[in-house]
Design a protein around this ligand. Sequence first.
Ligand SMILES: *[C@@H]1O[C@H](CO)[C@@H](O)[C@H](O)[C@H]1NC(C)=O
Length: 191
Amino acid sequence: MFFKNLALAVPFFAGASTAMPQTAPGAPLSPGATFSLMALRSASEVHFAGFEAAKGSLLLKLPSQNASCDAGPADHATFFLKDGGLYLYAASATPQQLYADRSGMGQGKLGYTTGAQPAPRNGERTSFALDEANDLTLNGAGFIACPNSIDGAWSVWVSAGVDQPAGNEGCLGISARAVEVSNPNGCLYTE
Ligand SMILES: *[C@@H]1O[C@H](CO)[C@@H](O)[C@H](O)[C@H]1NC(C)=O
C-alpha cells in the first residue's frame, strides 16, 4: 500500500524537479485516517524512505521491523492521530503511542510506549498534527534523521534546536509526509 502511493507520488515530484516536494499541495487526510510516513530530504539517502517502528523508536531504512502483524510482515509502520496523540495502528487493544522529549535531556528524543507504560517525565504526547501539506509536526516542529542506529538504520528525532542530538553525527533535517493507507495492517511493534 505504501509503495502504491509512493509510485503515484514519484512521477509528480520527478516532473517538478525545481519545486520543493514539501510545498506540493495534497488533499488533507480525513480525521482518523491511517497513514504511513515518508521522509523527504532531497538529494539524500533517506529521501522517500518510509518510517519503521521497532524497539520503541522510529527509524528509516531498517531492514526488518520484526513486528507482530495481522496480515503478514509489514515493511513500514502505520499511524493514526486522535486528539493530538499519534498512535501506531493495531486492530488489537494494546495501544502504542508516540511521545517526544524536547527537554535538555531528551534533545528531541522520539519514541513510543506500549499499553499502560508511562511516557518519560518530559514526554509530550498530545501536540501532533498534520499541516496543510500533510507533513507531521509536533507543535510546528519538524524532524531530524541520524545515521548509524539499530541494524544500520537512521533514527528519527523531533527538531528541538539541537542539529546533532545525543552526540549523533551526520544528522539531516527531514519532513515527515503522511501518505494515506486504506487497508492498514495492524501490528504490535517491538518494545
Ligand atoms: C529482527 O530480527 C533479526 C533476526 O533475528 C535480527 O537480526 C534483527 O536485529 C531484528 N531487528 C530488530 C529491529 O529487532
